[in-house]
Design a protein around this ligand. Sequence first.
Ligand code: ZN
Length: 403
Amino acid sequence: MATVLTGVNLLDGRNPAVPGRRVVIEGGRITEVGPDDPTAPAPAGATTVDLGGRTLMPGMATCHFHSTYDELGSTPLPYGSESPPAFMAMLSHANLMKALTWGYTTAVGAGAGQDVEPGVKLAIQKGLVPGPRFVPSGRELSTTAHSNDGVPWWWGMPTSGAVKLCDGPDEFRKGVREQVKKGAEIIKLFVTGGHGTTSPRARIEMTRDELAAAIDAAHEKGVLIRGHLANKTAIMWALELGIDIVDHCDEMDDEVIAALVETDASVVPSIWFPKVFAPFFPDNEAELAHMYEVLPKAEEAGVRILLGDDYGAVNFPHGSYGGELRTYVDDAGFDPLTVLRWATVNGADALGWGDELGTVEVGKKADLLVVDGDPSLDIGVLADTPPMAVLRSGVVVSGALPA
Ligand SMILES: [Zn+2]
C-alpha cells in the first residue's frame, strides 16, 4: 500500500524548508522525494493525500527518557519506581505513548524501575501494543551511599526499584552484564552528584576503575552506555574511557567540547529541567547562564547534541516535552532548524541508525510527522500542539492525515 503526499512543505531534517514537494511512501519506506508535479505517475493503488502546504518532517528522538518515572509510580514510597512490575510496565508504555503522540518516534532509556523496559519494548516490537522505536534501559548503576541510594538503611530494603548498587570494578562489570541479560540495550551510570541530585556537583561517586570496568563491559556486550555526569573531571574520564552519551554535562567547557568532538560521544544537555526548577534552586540560574554560553560553542564545534530530559519528576510531567524545544530556542538562542536537526539527524546518528532514520530521504524508513505550520519558522507549532499526524514506517500511529 503506497501513499503519495502532495502539497508538502518539506523539512528534511538538515536543510531549510522547501515548499511544493511531493513524497511517496511504499512498503514503510520513503521511495520518492521530488517537486509537486500533478502529472507525475503514482504507484498503482496509491492513496494520494494533499497536505495543503503543511510541513512534513522526520519523526523526532527523545534520548534521555525515564519511562517509569511518574508520580503515579511513586507509591507507596517516594522514589518513583516502587510499584509492582506489571503496573510499572503499563506506566512505561503509557509514557512512551505520550512521547509518540508529541512526535517522538524514537525514545532512548536513561534508567527505569523494576527492569520493565525491555519487556515493554518486546511488546511494541511484536505488535501487541503500539509505540515508538525504543532503546530500553535497566536500573541505574550507582555506588553504595551515592545520592541516588536514598532508601534509609533501617528500612531493611536493599535499594529503590530504579537503582542497582555496585561497588568495585568487578561488581560494575557484573551489574552491566546482568542488565544486558535482562534486555537492556543501554546502560545508565550515576557517576557524579549535581544536576538535580542531592549531592554536590563536585562529588564523583564512582572511581575511575569502576567507570572503566562498566564501559568495557557494556561495549563487550555491544550495548550503549551513558552517565549522569555533571563534573568536568568525571566527564573527561568518561570520554577518555569511551562513554557513548554524556548526560547533563554541566561543566562543559572548551576542553570538554574538544574531547566530545574527538571521541564522537553525544551530549544530552537537558536544560529544561533546571529551568523549570530554577525558582526553587537559585544556583540553577548561574548553571543555565553557563550552558546558554557554552552550548553555541559546542554546536559550532560539531558536538552531537541530543534532546531528552528528566520527565516524570514531580511538577515535570511526561507530555511537557514542548518546553524543551522552546527553551533551546527562546532561552539558549538557537535557530529552530538547529534544534530540529538535533531532534532528528542527531538522534538517529547517536544510535547508529543514521542510514535508516533521521531525515526525509529516499530509502529511509518513513517515520514522519505532519505539522500544521512550519516549526522552522515558529517552534511553537510543534512545541505547543502535538503533530497533526505521526507515522511510523509509513503507518499513522497518532493523529490523522488531512482528509
Ligand atoms: Zn535522568
